[in-house]
Design a protein around this ligand. Sequence first.
Ligand SMILES: Cc1cc2nc3c(=O)[nH]c(=O)nc-3n(C[C@H](O)[C@H](O)[C@H](O)COP(=O)(O)OP(=O)(O)OC[C@H]3O[C@@H](n4cnc5c(N)ncnc54)[C@H](O)[C@@H]3O)c2cc1C
Ligand SMILES: NC(=O)c1ccc[n+]([C@@H]2O[C@H](COP(=O)([O-])OP(=O)(O)OC[C@H]3O[C@@H](n4cnc5c(N)ncnc54)[C@H](OP(=O)(O)O)[C@@H]3O)[C@@H](O)[C@H]2O)c1
Ligand SMILES: Cc1cc2nc3c(=O)[nH]c(=O)nc-3n(C[C@H](O)[C@H](O)[C@H](O)COP(=O)(O)O)c2cc1C
Length: 701
Amino acid sequence: MSTCPVRIRHHTAGASQPKAIRMASPPVLENEDRTEVLDEPLFSTLDIILLSALLLTALWWLMRRNKHEEYTPITKSYSIQPTLLPAVNPSENSFIKKLKTSGRSLVVFYGSQTGTGEEFASRLAKEGIRYRMKGMVADPEECEMEELVHLKTIPNSLAVFCLATYGEGDPTDNAMEFVDWLKSGNADLNGLNYAVFGLGNKTYEHYNEVAIYVDHRLEQLGATRVFELGLGDDDANIEDDFITWKDKFWPVVCDFFGIEGASEDVSIRQYKLTEHVDLPADRIYTGEIARLHSFTNQRAPFDAKNPYLAPVKVNRELHGPTSSRSCMHIEFDIEGSKMRYETGDHLAVYPVNNSELVNKIGEKCGVDLDTVITLTNTDEESTKKHPFPCPTSYRTALTHYLDITSNPRTHILKELAEYCSDPNDKEKLKLMTSTTAEGKAAYQQWVVQENRNIVHILEDIPSLKPALDHLCELLPRLQCRYYSISSSPKLHPTTIHITAVVIEYKTPTGRINKGVTTSWLKEKHPTDPPSYVPIFVRKSQFRLPTRTSIPIIMVGPGTGIAPFRAFIQERDLARKEGKEVGDTVLYFGCRRANEDFLYKDELEEYVKNGTLVLHTAFSREQSQKVYVTHLLENNKDELWRIIGEQKGHIYVCGDAKNMARDVHNILLKVVMEKGKMSELDAADYIKKMDSQKRYSSDVWS
Ligand SMILES: Cc1cc2nc3c(=O)[nH]c(=O)nc-3n(C[C@H](O)[C@H](O)[C@H](O)COP(=O)(O)OP(=O)(O)OC[C@H]3O[C@@H](n4cnc5c(N)ncnc54)[C@H](O)[C@@H]3O)c2cc1C
Ligand SMILES: NC(=O)c1ccc[n+]([C@@H]2O[C@H](COP(=O)([O-])OP(=O)(O)OC[C@H]3O[C@@H](n4cnc5c(N)ncnc54)[C@H](OP(=O)(O)O)[C@@H]3O)[C@@H](O)[C@H]2O)c1
Ligand SMILES: Cc1cc2nc3c(=O)[nH]c(=O)nc-3n(C[C@H](O)[C@H](O)[C@H](O)COP(=O)(O)O)c2cc1C
């Protein structure tokens, strides 16, 4: 039972604006290194059986791989999964052999979840040819990375690493093993020439940690840094960071290897087009992620490669009639799918692009979108044979496989410029791709600030009429989107619920931009026959304490409430089953009580029945903003009682940029003030809470 008086608190005035003085707390999505503070026996019988099974599987795997005898995996994974999946047997992947047989000396490895790192790597490898360094892109997961010690056997060779950071300074899934190898091994990398470019985001505490680590570790192992570490910040302009770095990188590389002058910058197509005339329909991809016919012939297990087509069971508006926005409560039916999920997991959704935008591209390019094509890599050594599943129609490629709504990067504009029939249009595009201050400013203003996607660019550059197959080669892959699951499987084993705010905004050019996934989901309603959505569950480490008696504080303004709805459902069930349940405290914030108070009735019912203590902040109901952070500041005693005295857990979900950072700062203040600690000790205390899984975040920006 709750030991605290049950109440709803509405706070409306008197708080001052919080100041962000530190970096955001890391998004604690998954971390297998963590242990929870418990005073119950360490292992139950079930745990021992499971651990033994895991140990045996791990031993079998290690023996099978027979790769590193002393290798101890420190594997972690987190919430974003790559959608391009390796399809190669690693034992066949000697990158040294490939480099030698194809006369190359440059290899660019990438650590990427959502494709940016991979794209940067491709661009570098492609540019190598200009500097007489024929390049190859490589996925470390598909390579024997121990072979780095032999790269020096190729004259004038260079390894470049484009590496993104996730979670708590973790590598991407495909770079995990490589980073573990660097950490645990002591290979002699003397003679290896290298450079590193990192991809990160400054709103996360562990900014670019992977790249920083790899750059340092390679040097420690004897390798030669040819050019300084580059750091890209996705919160600012990662494209600018990359081209600025790249522009300085090449002259230094040329100097280092004694290469004189660059050849002309000519566009080289990566993929060859084949148009099919009479291909039988059953050989054509229609949006499947990997296996042909996987949408008509659904087979478990379902994952990133093989999503489940889930019928939409419920799609209900959560905002009140006076709200200018929309937030959806969606329930997906997973009955009979064998899909399982746990409270705190994420649901991945594969979206579909708006058909009007797709048609506009077809019109502007003057192409019949129903033409069936295959794009085949001209580089026979590449493991990536096609940029997306082929054969398929242009329509399917633009609808299911390609990202047509984000701001195109400069290399795309550079190649498109060649298709302008008006020299002024060509110059305009070319300027935006130049690395001069003027060029960068023009790109920043016209593409980024004015928020133009490829359709807008085709509309606003009248003489631009690119070859559609070339455009399809250049556009990045459409990525799945993640949603914090807002239901508990204990209550809802056959449905998965999400809480998604619809993205819609006006751009400076007066256009209305709509979020790809949320605007598509908005139209998905329970129908007969059902509307289907391709989904899969991504495991997380955002978990309730295993003992229900441990008190918890949840901070989740806006859609940040999503996982907490599931947490509360589970605690309510436990209470009704007669279990001892510690305090369950929620800090929820929204604009106005009658507009966007998500799940108001449900929450008030939990308050009434004694499951929940609810604190609400309605930010726009008075002249001064009131946020959940202000309430936390006013409730330092409650906070300290739960986290300091009762060793409870605190959870944060929602905005990574401001809110999570502010909550971290308040927590620090509370620990200093109520725990009577210095700032340093309080920071240590919070770090310890973090590693004990007593402070977890599920945040995004
Ligand atoms: C781990 C994780 C959990 C998440 N959980 C949830 C959740 O529970 N609920 C939820 O609603 N979302 C959640 N998200 C966010 C979600 O994944 C999507 O990013 C979101 O729904 C938008 O997707 P979309 O395809 O509709 O929009 P997109 O087409 O991806 O467009 C979004 C982009 O539009 C731009 N944009 C958005 N608003 C504006 C604006 N006002 N002005 C200018 N540009 C703008 C931004 O660049 C933004 O990245 C989560 C994200 C992560 C990583
Ligand atoms: N990348 C994406 O596509 C995407 C998609 C969905 C959400 N998001 C982000 O995720 C966050 C949550 O979105 P949402 O629409 O669910 O919530 P929301 O309605 O924008 O915000 C919920 C409440 O939080 C308040 N708030 C603003 N800044 C805060 C801070 N620093 N600390 C505490 N509270 C604060 C808001 O107040 P005011 O609005 O009155 O200031 C509002 O009352 C937003 O930051 C949004 O930008 C991003
Ligand atoms: C859920 C999530 C967690 C992230 N964590 C970090 C982080 O801890 N440190 C960091 O520097 N960047 C972090 N980032 C930013 C990414 O590294 C950055 O967006 C990068 O460009 C992604 O590259 P990719 O597209 O190749 O995966 C995170 C991004 C997301 C969506």
